[in-house]
Design a protein around this ligand. Sequence first.
Ligand code: ADP
Ligand code: MG
Length: 260
Amino acid sequence: MSLKIALGGKGGVGKTTLSSLIARCIAHLDKENKVIAIDADPVSNLAAALGIDESQPITPVSELSDLIAERTGAQPGTMGGFFTLNPKVDDIPDRFSLERDGVKLLVMGTVQSGGGGCICPESTILKALMNHLVLARNEVVVMDMEAGVEHLGRGSSGSVDALIIVVNPGKRSRVAADKIRKLGQDIGIKRILVLGNRVTCEEDKEIIASSMSDFEVIGYLPEMPEIVQSDRDGTRPFDDIATAPQALFDVTQKLMALNN
Ligand SMILES: Nc1ncnc2c1ncn2[C@@H]1O[C@H](COP(=O)(O)OP(=O)(O)O)[C@@H](O)[C@H]1O
Ligand SMILES: [Mg+2]
């Protein structure tokens, strides 16, 4: 199965939590599904959400200096000069990911740069890797994005099945959602959907539905006490994913149907 989805939204709405749960659900629903979860938000921690052991620190792809130098022909940290713009990256997902429960985690990391237009060895590798993951692999890719979906370049975004904007009930989500939709449209993402999260009652759903009336809402997920508790305990929620609420599986199934 091939499916590429990106989760965006304001900080704290649940992107990382839901990326991990959706990735695990997809892997659980069909063991044949190969699932790659991408941590593309430097301020979050998808590894912890997936319950992946971090006793050995995970080196983000952007910090694999030797590899970057070898593949691009230029030392990271340098700018200008000559280096290849289409480095080999196809072995990176398998070599540098960590796996648990059928979900492979790949941590992208950040590029210290002087602006969005910067072309340096690190950004070249990340861009090539994103393109490879979205365009060339017959797998499920779930991307936990930073609010601005910066990592998705124009090259690959046209092939993303959907950008899922996670929102919580409340007016503030609207402003953020508009911004993210604009960014998504600008880079050519074709389908942009809203996923309501932390819904506690019918009124919450109505708040989201009415404030987002020009968005297609793919579903609503409830406030889950298990998630709050696991946050307190520092564990991943739903250690046995089969015990997660039906609503999560319903949303996952709708997302799986988006592939074309
Ligand atoms: N459906 C939910 N029910 C309860 N708590 C949730 C839910 N979704 C997210 N949270 C909590 O909200 C906080 C922010 O979630 P997180 O996934 O880190 O957001 P983001 O990645 O968008 O910044 C975390 O403490 C998380 O445990
Ligand atoms: Mg996050």
